[in-house]
Ligand binder design. Structure first.
Ligand SMILES: Cc1ncc(C[n+]2csc(CCOP(=O)(O)OP(=O)(O)O)c2C)c(N)n1
Ligand SMILES: [Mg+2]
Length: 586
């Protein structure tokens, strides 16, 4: 056990776990360790805001399948990590959040930058370690890395700042690299029996298929069963969209083809998905979840099995291994679905063609309010603009999407032929996610085109990270949907509050001009015919190391809302407010 300082032990453990990049903002709390980063071969990427650093670590981990790491100053630097950590938690991203804390000898006295940092993160991390004494630095650092990967979520490493100092004999841990199996043989046998009897099996391919590197296994199982495959919500990259069995995503602004096909299933294999409640809500007026079908659910986390949807068999296992084990069990077995394979493929193709045609014809929204605001607008219809972006999308692009009405509508137009390509804000649903997430992804995969889709409201929260792109030479393309409104929320005021608008209109500057003054390239596009070329040029500029903001000017029309399920018409009892009552439509 070599003798070293606590900072050396910390940095040596990062090196042992293969850390090459750390995102954060400098602070005195960990300066002793930071000083060693260059000599250790670790790049420190300073950001504009710690939330950005947290999302960058998330995007980095999502594209690479490795850890993302972020670090900040005790107190305010750490509380700035909260939103990003919660987002990483729900995205199952193995982010190690390093949180230097106020000094252990003065904690509780209300000194400078002091707050209890463990309780704040207790519900948004998978694991928390507290370095109570400097000799435990290496051990606990390593454990956080193992836990983040094993539990697939953020791990917090809390270090009272004085514990970066001091010497000890340290054993530097090595990654445990523990892998999961397919699940119990009993559950796999039962699942195989159900699949063998299925007449119309459908596979839901979820994030677990991506995390386990199991696309090929999912494809072979689907081919064996001639089963249509739908993507779980916001995991459009969980099955190749150029495969004939692909149907598109379920959930908000998803594919009608996917929904109509799963509605016919007598057996659903939910592979690597928790079947989250938001991602399985009725959409497009279709209540598609097949209530009488037998559901087989595979999830690495046993707590997700049967949590949201009733299931027939739950398999606690790795999605890739489970798919392999099921394929093995079904080989050389008589499959009831074989007799109907041709019919099913025909139905699948018909539904997909119908949906593509509908998308082609769905040039704009048709509700009265949308028609009114778009009538005299010189700008583009969002759907047409999204279709143009889809056509111009580079084949191996990585796309992050923010939270907003247009970003949500983009779900229908985002298709990927390879995994680790789509990074949505997922179920935490925070505005301001997309730009920093794609910056992190670009650091991990510098050769892939990196694209963020962001609404103008969310852009206001996050555009400062363009500074990081420019300062640190991390070239990305940001497409900013300029509709001068917090559209997604405005839609609720249109639908439920008689178009009384409070706090939803945005008076923006030219986002292209802002981008130029931050040192990026920029273009404003207001004609459909210019979208493809501008986007193409912007993606190409990444090869020259240049970041481009493509500001697209769009009408104020709005697609279906996020949360129709959760809103009610107002019911006011006081005279003062009675005039705000809105009668529900008959
Ligand atoms: C951090 C955060 N604050 C508030 C919200 C509530 N919210 C959801 S969508 C939305 C509007 C997004 O507006 P914009 O980014 O302009 O996109 P648009 O809906 O106009 O396409 C808001 C405020 C949120 N999801 N996250
Ligand atoms: Mg907007």
């Amino acid at each position: 056990m070599p003798r070293m300082s606590a900072s050396e032990a910390f940095v040596e453990t990062l090196v042992a776990y293969g850390v090459k990049d750390v995102f954060g903002i400098v602070g005195s709390a960990y300066m002793d360790a930071l000083d060693l980063f260059p000599a250790a071969g670790i790049r420190f990427i300073p950001t504009a805001h710690e939330q950005g650093a947290g999302h960058m670590a998330d995007g980095y981990s999502r594209v690479s399948g490795r850890h993302g790491v972020c670090i900040a100053q005790n107190g305010p630097g750490i509380t700035n990590f909260v939103t990003a950590t919660a987002a990483a938690y729900w995205a199952h991203s193995p982010v190690v959040v390093v949180t230097p804390e106020t000094g252990s000898s003065t904690i509780g006295l209300g000194g400078f930058q002091e707050t209890e940092q463990l309780p704040i993160f207790s519900k948004i991390t998978r694991y928390q370690a507290h370095v109570s004494k400097h000799p435990r630095m290496a051990e606990l650092t390593g454990r956080c890395f193992d836990m983040a990967m094993g539990e697939r979520g953020p791990a917090q490493l809390n270090i009272p700042r004085d514990n970066f100092y001091g010497e000890a004999d340290y054993d530097i841990p090595k990654p445990k690299n523990i892998t999961r199996g397919a699940g119990s043989s009993d559950s796999l046998d039962r699942a195989a029996d159900i699949l063998a009897e299925a007449k119309f099996p459908v596979i839901v391919s979820g994030g677990g298929v991506i995390f386990s590197n199991g696309i090929a296994e999912c494809v072979s199982l689907a081919e064996q069963l001639a089963a249509p495959v739908v993507n779980s919500y916001l995991h459009n990259d969980s099955f190749p969209s150029d495969h004939p069995l692909w149907c598109g995503p379920l959930g908000y602004q998803g594919s009608k083809a996917a929904m109509k096909l799963i509605a016919q299933a007598d057996v659903v294999l939910a592979l690597g998905t928790r079947l989250g409640p938001f991602g399985t809500l009725p959409q497009h007026g279709l209540d598609y979840w097949p209530k009488t079908a037998k559901i087989i659910q595979v999830d690495a986390d046993h707590r997700m099995l049967g949590l949201v949807k009733e299931i027939s068999v739950g398999i606690a296992g790795d999605a890739k291994e489970a798919a392999k084990a099921l394929s093995y069990r079904l080989a050389n077995r008589k499959l009831a679905c074989a007799a109907t394979a041709a019919e099913r493929k025909k139905a699948l193709k018909a539904e997909k063609d119908a949906w593509e045609n509908e998308l082609d014809r769905w040039t704009h929204e048709r509700d009265p309010w949308s028609l009114e605001v778009a009538k005299d607008s010189p700008f583009m219809h969002p759907r047409q603009m999204l279709r143009e972006l889809e056509k111009a999308m580079p084949r191996n692009a990585m796309v992050s999407t923010d939270i907003g009405n247009i970003c949500s509508v983009s779900n229908s137009y985002l298709r990927f032929s390879q995994p680790n390509s789509m990074f949505a804000a997922m179920s935490f649903g925070n505005c301001g996610y997309a730009l920093p997430a794609i910056i992190g992804a670009k650091v991990a995969a510098p050769d892939r085109p990196a694209v963020a889709y962001v609404g103008d409201g969310a852009w206001g929260m996050s555009f400062a990270e363009i500074l990081t792109c420019v300062r640190e030479d991390i070239p990305v393309t940001a497409v900013v949907f300029h509709n001068q409104q917090w559209g997604a929320e405005k839609k609720n005021q249109v639908d439920f509050y008689a178009t009384r608008f409070v706090g939803v209109n945005l008076d923006n500057p030219s986002w292209a001009q802002v981008a130029r003054s931050l040192g990026a390239e920029a273009v404003t596009v207001d004609r459909l015919g210019d979208v493809g070329e501008a986007f193409d040029k912007a993606c190409d500029a990444q090869k020259r190391g240049r970041t481009t903001v493509v500001e697209v000017m769009v009408t104020q029309e709005l697609g279906d809302p996020f949360r129709r399920d959760a809103l009610k018409y107002p019911s006011r009892l006081l005279d003062k407010y009675r005039h705000t009552n809105v009668p529900p439509p008959a």
